[in-house]
Ligand binder design. Structure first.
Ligand code: NAP
Length: 255
């Protein structure tokens, strides 16, 4: 099996952009996705990757819309000639809120992107990979919050636990097609996602600082450190690993 074409969602910045850069460096041609509002950042990432000799195509698509995800996969098959690795990375944070005050709208919004989005990416990529008949890799974004619940974060935690369940179940079904399914579970990584956890200036930073203090390695993780794990999961060498959600969190939680 030769793995050479990857699609990465939520790739305009943060962990997704780092994964796209790393997989391109590893020799993959890449399809990079984000919402239409992120087109300028995607354009600049595309130019960077193309200048390094790889092919790169942009898909401005909402990962929670089934028809858009299906079109994105179909279009990747046409433009890049196949699909070997799907990295369902796109996700959003949610406000720190007591359960008793969580709105149904907040539940729907976070679950729509973090859980339904990963489900759709796995589903349509798996259909394409099975039809191709050359195996593949499905890789999803879970979280430390998908391993351990925490107060005031019920909705986000539920969405990331969902990714683990989906990953384990899909792994059992798809192994016979040579498709492995794994997820990454980052701790506290230096991206802008934490801006969503608090509307008040500085409060999000306070929460972050507290978490960093509790992290044995004593710092935030870097997006490229998550990309390095994804590089392994996307490689031929990881063929015997499937159904796993791998913690990468500076020792903040052991499982
Ligand atoms: P980020 O910097 O906020 O990047 C996420 C990207 O996904 C953004 O560009 C965002 O665009 C995009 N996106 C949001 N909704 C989308 C949709 N419906 N369709 C397509 N793209 C969409 O986040 P990150 O920190 O890199 O996190 C990447 C993934 O890792 C997420 O799933 C996150 O939950 C997970 N994670 C992150 C951490 C961490 O500490 N950073 C820890 C654990 C897990 P907009 O800005 O336009 O919404």
């Amino acid at each position: 099996m030769s793995l050479r074409i990857a699609l990465i969602t939520g790739a305009s910045r943060g962990i997704g952009a780092a994964i796209a850069r790393r997989l391109a460096k590893d020799g993959f041609d890449v399809a990079i996705n984000d919402l239409p509002t992120q087109t300028p950042a995607l354009e600049s990432l595309r130019e960077e990757i193309v200048s390094q000799g790889r092919r790169a195509y942009i898909h401005t698509t909402d990962v929670a819309e089934a028809s858009e995800v299906k079109n994105m996969v179909d279009s990747t098959l046409k433009t890049l000639g196949g699909l070997d690795v799907m990295v369902a990375n796109a996700g959003i944070g949610s406000l720190l809120t007591p359960l008793t005050e969580c709105s149904e709208d907040a539940w729907d919004k976070v679950m729509r992107i973090n859980a339904r989005g990963v489900f759709l990416c796995y589903k349509y990529a798996a259909q394409a990979m099975i039809a191709q008949g050359r195996g593949g890799r499905l890789i999803g974004a879970s979280s430390l919050a998908g391993k351990q619940g925490s107060g005031y974060s019920s909705i986000y935690c539920a969405s990331k636990f969902a990714v683990r369940g989906l990953t384990q179940s899909a792994a059992q079904e798809l192994a016979k097609h040579g498709i492995t399914v794994n997820a990454y579970a980052p701790g506290i990584i230096d991206t802008t996602i934490f801006d969503a956890f608090s509307p008040e200036e500085g409060v999000g930073a306070d929460v972050l600082n507290e978490l960093v203090k509790k992290t044995p390695v004593g710092r935030l993780g870097k997006p490229h450190e998550i990309a390095s794990l994804v590089s392994y999961l996307a490689s031929q060498e990881s063929a015997f690993m499937t159904g796993q959600t791998i913690s990468i969190n500076g020792g903040l939680f052991f499982d």
